[in-house]
Design a protein around this ligand. Sequence first.
Ligand code: ADP
Ligand code: MG
Length: 405
Amino acid sequence: MNLLDNSNQVSGTLMAGSPASNCSNTLVDHVILDLDGTLIDTETLLDEVYAKIVWKYGKKWEWDGIGLIKRLGKRPLEVAASLVEDYELPCTADELLDETLSHVETMWSRAKALPGATRLLKHLRAHKIPIGLASNSPAKNIRSKLAYQPGWLESFKVIVAGDEVKEGKPSPEIYLEAAKLLKARPSSCLVIEDSPTGVNAGKAAGMKVVAVPSIPSKIARALYSGADSVLNSLLDFRPELWGLPPFQDWVGKALPIEPWYLGGPVIKGFGRGSKVLGIPTANLPTAALGSQLSQHVCGIYLGWAGLSNRGVYKMVMSVGWNPFFDNAAKTVEPWLLHDFPDDFYGEELRLIVVGYIRPEANFSSLELLIERIHEDAEIAKAALDLLPFSSYQDDKFLTTPLAKQ
Ligand code: ADP
Ligand code: MG
C-alpha cells in the first residue's frame, strides 16, 4: 500500500512548510501568484493538445515528467521551440504555437482550479492583502483563463503578463513589475510558484518564494532548492508563517473540502496493509475511480464509507501513487475505522471524502509510520463527529445499491 511507499514524495524539512529563514525576515504584506500550474491546471489540457499535434506529425507523445520539466514556467514560444526540436517536427516554432493556440483557446473552460486555489484567493481578499498575478502567458490568454473561474479576476489588484515585459521568467522582471504596480518593496512580497523557472524568477527579484511543485516529486527536490519553502499543495499553505492572517477554516485538525464521491467493488491489493502494518485498506479498481482522482492532491483524507449490506463507517484514507501492472497509478487506500469479523472483497464500497488532514510524508521507521496512521485515524474519528463532516453520514449514496442510483 502506498502509505509505505513514500519514496517519491518531497519530504523532510522541505515538506514541513515552514520558512527556511528566521521569522523576522519572513514577514510579507503582499502576495504575487503564478497562474498556470499554481492556481489552475492548464498543463493537463496542454498535454492533450501537444499529444494530438505531434501524433498528426507521426510522432508519439511522451507522457513522462521529463518533458514537463523543460516546459514548465516557459513562455509559449519557447515551449513550442523546444517541442519542435525534441520531436523533430517538420514545422517552425511559430507555426506550432499558432496550431497549439487554435486548439487551446476553446479549452480554457475545462481548466480546473487547483485544490486550495479559490480558498487562498478568497482568504487573502477577505483580509485585504493585495494580490498580484504574474504569468508568463500572454495577457489575452490570462483573461480567457480567468473568465472561467468565478471571483478570481477581481481578486487581483495587478496582473502582469508575459507579453508585457521584455524578458519572461526566470528573469525577475515580471515579479519586479508586479511589485512596482502594487507599490510594494520586493522584500515584502511573497511569491507562490509551481515551476523551478518561476521560483528562480521570484528569488532573483528579492522576494520570498513558496513552491508548490507540479513536477513529480522524486526529481523535484533539487529543482526547487532555491525556494524558501516547498509544499505538497496549496492546502498546506500556512499564511501565518509569513506574517499573513491564518486560515480559520480548519475544524480541529481537519480541513473541510468540496466532497468527492467514489465507488466500486473491493478488489485485492498487495496484501501489505494488514500484514505489514496491521492496517487493512480496501482497494478499488483504478478504472472505477475515473479521472476525478487526478484532480486531488496526494495526502491523507477523511470521510465516510458505505457497504450496502453492512452499514456506514468512518474512514481515513491515503491518496497516492501505487505500482499497478507496469504503470504507476494514483489510488485510494481507505481504512474503515471499524472491526469487521471478515473480509469484504467483491462488495460494493462507497466513499464520500469530506476533509483533508495532511500531505504524505517520509518516516524513518515503520513504527513511526504506523504511529502516524493511528494518529490520523484519531483525527478522522473526532472530526467526523463535527460539522460539516458529520452531515454526510446520512447521504444515501453510501448505501444505495448501484442499480437504484
Ligand atoms: P489488500 O492489499 O488486498 O487490500 P489488506 O491487507 O489491505 O489487503 O486488507 C484489506 C482488505 O481487508 C479489504 O479489502 C477488506 O476486504 C478487508 N478489511 C477488513 N477490515 C477492514 C477495514 N477495517 N478497513 C478496510 N478493509 C478491511
Ligand atoms: Mg489494501
